[in-house]
Design a protein around this ligand. Structure first.
Ligand code: PMP
Length: 469
């Protein structure tokens, strides 16, 4: 093991896989199953492509884990981090101290975010950002003289992270089942998922109906006990669930009516994913707090945080005294240096505008065309995020498609064909999702979609051979 650790680049794929299963516990993984299969070893990235240890070139339809917005191989980010590490790799922001990149980035974030945001609290991840939000909204209401306002309302099938508070805010039953979650004071309503719940309604009607669940929950809990509502503008890990356009404005109206803080989890949607800098701008609402991570550095170095709107910031600053919360790595100078260069790239290459005007519409057209495939019941995109549903039988509307038996795990089968044929998509049940780097060109989208089509053919052949369709 010592020799191996000294020269990992000299190891064969097989040796790496053995060491991996002997020592490395992966996130969200069935380790016994992984040991049978052997982990795929990714060794290099450039642009929208990855290479594995066997030399296979793969088009990355998931931007790593929704984060490599600027694409791989950005040596200018590496150079910026190297320069910062050579000058001052780390210093903390406790004890009346600050550092140059953290200050510069705070000002830049204030400039690129909606106007109510002039302050930032740094973390190292999206989960920590959401934990910070739970503490911050409760502290806010204490300072506002309403300490009984503690309950935070979230949604089923939301993903807000994997820490105790993050997983509690999230609405994933499988996560709640492990570890006695949610923690007290967090309750959930249904998600604005038209295909799931909108039968017999137009999308616009369903959007209002789903937002109405928030009002019903506020009245059930008691308006004087509710602190905040949190949601992702477009649910990512839940399956790229795009709400009807009527949903978020109605959520805003309800939060205003009951004076409840509105929180936008932009860990995926932030930094251009939907063709706007932040998803709330596209969806038409004005959050009090924004959680961000991932795209702020394109994942090159871990960084996250909370954008704090004027209402909360001024209360914390003017009335708050100490806020007893923070992390060793809050405002990490090397991470902030990565973010500064990453945001410079997004700005100078107009990547966000390209998603809005060019690549987003092109992905939409390509996904619409994929609905002609016998396996695809319906497909939706928003900016550079999209999902397509694999169905047993197509229907006249999203509500009339017949699903496969969940035990057949057709999505996982399809994902395997994708992996084996050089394209990465993620499966959420039988919904196949993409969120590629924002640097992906129109020609590369065509290349990705062509491979997706080929893998859908392979999946169809296998499904038919098994008599499932
Ligand atoms: N919020 C959302 C919307 C996310 O998608 C994620 C991660 N996928 C998180 C929070 C948690 O972020 P992290 O994994 O960096 O803790």
């Amino acid at each position: 093991a010592v020799a191996a650790a000294a020269a990992p680049e000299g190891l064969s794929t097989c040796a790496l896989q053995q060491l991996d299963s002997a020592h490395y516990l992966h996130p969200f993984t069935d380790h016994a199953a992984l040991r049978e299969r052997g982990a795929r070893v990714i060794v290099r990235g450039d642009g929208v492509y990855l290479w594995d240890s066997e030399g296979n070139k793969i088009i990355d339809g998931m931007a790593g884990l929704w984060c490599v917005n600027a694409g791989y191989g950005r040596t200018s980010i590496a150079d910026a981090v190297h320069a910062q590490m050579s000058t001052l790799p780390f210093y903390n922001s406790f004890f009346n101290t600050t550092n140059v990149p953290a200050v510069q980035l705070a000002a830049l974030l204030a400039a690129v975010s909606p106007p109510q945001f002039q302050h930032v609290f740094y973390t190292s991840s999206g989960s920590e950002a959401n934990d910070t939000i739970v503490r911050m909204v409760r502290r806010y209401w204490q300072l506002a003289g309403r300490p009984e306002r503690e309950v935070i309302i979230s949604r089923r099938n939301a993903y807000h992270g994997s820490t105790m508070a993050g997983a509690s805010l999230g609405g994933m039953a499988g996560m709640h089942a492990q570890g006695s979650l949610p923690i007290p004071g967090i309750v959930h309503i249904g998600q604005p998922h038209y295909a799931e719940g909108g039968r017999g309604m137009s999308e616009a009607e369903f959007g209002l109906e789903a937002a109405g669940w928030l009002e019903a929950k506020i009245l059930e809990v008691g308006p004087d006990k509710v602190a905040a509502f949190i949601g992702e503008p477009v649910q990512g890990a839940g399956g790229v669930i795009i709400p009807p356009s009527t949903y978020w404005p109605e959520i805003q109206r309800i939060c205003d009516k009951y004076d409840i803080l509105l929180v936008s989890d932009e860990v995926i949607c932030g930094f251009g994913r939907l063709g706007t800098w932040f998803g709330c701008e596209l969806m038409g609402f004005r959050p009090d707090l924004i959680a961000f991570a991932k795209g702020v550095t394109s994942g090159y170095v871990p960084l996250g945080g909370v954008l704090v709107g004027g209402r909360v910031a001024h209360t914390l600053i003017d009335k708050g005294g100490d806020f007893n919360h923070g992390f060793t790595y809050s405002g990490h100078p090397s991470a902030c240096a990565a973010a500064l260069e990453n945001i410079r790239i997004l700005q100078t290459e107009l990547l966000v505008e390209r998603v809005a005007l060019e690549t987003g519409p092109h992905l939409k057209a390509c996904f619409a065309a994929l609905v002609a495939h016998p396996l695809v019941g319906h497909a939706e995109t928003c900016g550079l995020a999209g999902g397509l549903n694999l169905v047993r039988r197509k229907g006249a509307s999203v509500h009339d498609c017949e699903a496969f038996a969940s035990t057949h795990a057709v999505g996982m089968l399809c994902r395997k064909h994708m992996f084996d044929n050089g394209v990465i998509m993620r499966a959420v049940g039988d919904r196949m999702i993409v969120a590629p780097p924002l640097s992906m060109t129109v020609a590369q989208i065509d290349e990705m979609v062509e491979r997706i089509g080929y893998c859908l053919d392979l999946t169809l052949a296998e499904v038919q051979a098994r008599g499932w369709m």
